[in-house]
Write a protein that binds this ligand. Structure first.
Ligand code: 2NE
Length: 278
């Protein structure tokens, strides 16, 4: 793994893979002293790294993970939780809170490349929702999953409810939120919450193998697969994404180019040579 991106991250590491596994970007939440809880800075850095991964045409798949074997992510850092959201400058009396994680969840879902959650240890609270919004989850056998919101006076009624419900069904999803229990890796696999469970010492090897398999496939087909799922889940915004993804392909056609060339040449477009497909 080679450091990449802006390079001056405080809360994360952003790295890209080399041969023979080139094409993978890895974002690691690096706050193991708080079980990789996120503060606004963490989320802004992940967002920045995702933007790098998106723009980097050598990257085909992104891994999101947490530093160390104890936690993927334990959600919002409760030490910087203010009365109006999470604070960027917790010491300041006039600090205004926000939920930066909302934008990040959407960014992960919209990223036109697969994002794989590589989970060792706890994926809890907002950290659990982060794995939900990833496209795939590879869990180590020590992984533990759960929501804690109602214990700490919070909840995520967006993706934390809807995606969880899609994955495990409404009764089980409500159990997560109404009881705040934790579930081990095997239970998570049995309920369809994760894609596979592997021994902790094989977690990265297995995740990289899954990434390599995706990297061998058509990148544009993967992009459309991802946006097809969003079209179903995200209403008009999801349809918009899929529509513009297909527009990318249409722009490459002579038919679309005839419209552009005619406009630039200030002449009427001639679409007569293009078939009206059955
Ligand atoms: C994750 C869990 C289950 C781990 O337990 P354990 O026993 O392995 O570790 P421990 O001792 O609890 O934690 C180690 C250190 O990390 C800190 C702890 O306070 C402790 O610090 P020290 O005592 O060593 O100083 N730590 C862990 N999680 C933290 C957190 N989220 N914020 C700040 N410090 C944290 C266990 O630690 C746990 O249950 N953690 C809390 C999980 C939680 O409730 N997260 C917030 C949910 S709300 C949320 O994420 C959210 C939302 O609902 C809506 C929008 C945005 C965010």
């Amino acid at each position: 793994w080679t450091p990449a991106g802006d390079g001056d991250y405080q809360d994360i590491r952003y790295e890209t893979s080399g041969e023979p596994h080139a094409g993978i970007a890895k974002i690691t939440i690096n706050r193991p002293e708080v079980r990789n809880a996120f503060r606004p800075q963490t989320l802004m850095e992940i967002s920045n790294a995702l933007e790098h991964a998106r723009e980097d045409t050598s990257v085909g798949v992104v891994i999101l993970t947490g530093e160390g074997p104890l936690a993927f992510c334990s959600g919002g850092d409760q030490r910087v939780r203010g009365d109006t959201g999470y604070l960027t400058e917790p010491g300041k009396p006039a600090a205004i809170g926000r939920f930066h994680v909302t934008d990040l969840q959407i960014q992960i879902k919209r990223l036109p490349k697969p994002v794989v959650a590589m989970v060792a240890g706890y994926a809890i609270g907002g950290g659990h929702v982060l794995h939900l919004v990833c496209d795939l989850t590879i869990a180590a056998d020590n992984a533990r999953f759960g929501q804690t919101g109602p214990k700490v006076g919070s909840w995520d009624g967006g993706f934390g409810a809807s995606l969880l419900r899609d994955l495990v069904g409404p009764k089980k999803a409500k159990e997560f939120w109404l009881l705040c229990r934790q579930y081990d890796a095997q239970q998570a696999l049995d309920m369809g919450l994760v894609n596979t469970v592997v021994p902790l010492d094989r977690l990265e090897e297995e995740t990289v193998q899954w990434c390599d398999e995706m990297l061998a496939l058509s990148p544009f087909a993967l992009r459309l697969v991802k946006s097809s799922f969003n079209a179903h889940e995200d209403g008009y915004s999801g349809i918009q994404q899929l529509a513009h993804d297909t527009n990318l392909l249409f722009y490459a056609s002579e038919e679309a180019q005839e419209g552009r060339e005619a406009y630039k040449a200030k002449r009427a477009p001639d679409f007569s040579r293009f078939p009206r497909r059955p």
